[in-house]
Design a protein around this ligand. Structure first.
Ligand SMILES: Cc1cc2nc3c(=O)[nH]c(=O)nc-3n(C[C@H](O)[C@H](O)[C@H](O)COP(=O)(O)O)c2cc1C
Length: 218
């Protein structure tokens, strides 16, 4: 027999901590760089983040309130996503601190910038991969009664991709070469993805070009 702790979120979870964040985890981190209308660079992490469309390639992050990243994306129509590898996790956490819009978080955390090609926001030089994006829409999320929540989802189409060559092997991107770090449930918990933690779909025989084609067309 299976027993479940069940609840309606509107009525409270009856646990010591909100579990939703820990259930939907680990989550990839949207480390988002933007530039304000005044030209100040901004960098902040958003774990409410993912790919929303493959064709065209669209990614999105969700912000509780009109944070600097959202305001900049709205005003300039551009942002960059920087993949968080293990090497940059500590400085990524520093950029989660709430600071004024006049503070350049790259400088604050001692993070080296690298220029983007098609958008103004700089990239994080030490990040293993970056997507330059142009904003397609910003959705103010509503509840079942149509009442606006505090959250805004920013979607952007990827217009330029940069991959550190060290993450490529025989022309294939190797997820674990970047040692990506994802967010766990609690405010201090993160998980890294390593090759020894790989769970692979059972296959009969070696990976064929057809398998590869099927995987990449998903
Ligand atoms: C790992 C991590 C993930 C975070 N995820 C989110 C998120 O998904 N949405 C959000 O509103 N804030 C999130 N935060 C908090 C923001 O990063 C923080 O409020 C930041 O100061 C916002 O910066 P900005 O005002 O420059 O945009 C996260 C913080 C950390 C450290």
């Amino acid at each position: 027999m299976r027993e479940f702790h069940s609840y309606r979120p509107a009525e409270g979870h009856r646990l010591k901590h909100e579990p939703a964040n820990a259930i939907v985890a680990p989550r990839p981190i949207g480390w988002i760089s933007t530039v304000s209308a005044e030209g100040v660079a901004n960098l902040a992490p958003f774990s409410l983040f993912n790919i929303a469309s493959y064709r065209p390639l669209i990614i999105g992050f969700s912000s509780g309130g009109e944070k600097d990243s959202v305001r900049n994306a709205r005003e300039t129509g551009e942002f960059v996503w920087n993949l968080v590898g293990r090497d940059v996790t500590d400085v990524m956490i520093l950029t989660g601190d709430e600071v004024g819009p006049d503070v350049d978080e790259f400088d604050m955390a001692g993070i080296e910038k690298i220029a983007s090609v098609d958008v103004a926001p700089p990239r994080v030089a030490a990040s293993p991969a970056q997507f330059e994006c142009k904003v397609t829409e910003i959705v103010h999320l509503k509840d079942l009664d149509g009442i606006p929540s505090d959250f805004r989802m920013v979607f952007g189409q990827v217009v330029h991709v940069h991959i550190n060559q060290e993450c490529l092997l025989d022309g294939i991107y190797q997820t674990t070469h970047a040692v990506p770090v994802s967010r766990g449930g609690g405010p201090a918990d993160y998980y890294e993805a390593r090759a020894d933690a790989l769970v692979q779909k059972w296959r009969r025989g070696p990976v064929t070009p057809v398998d590869r084609k099927r995987e990449f067309s998903k």
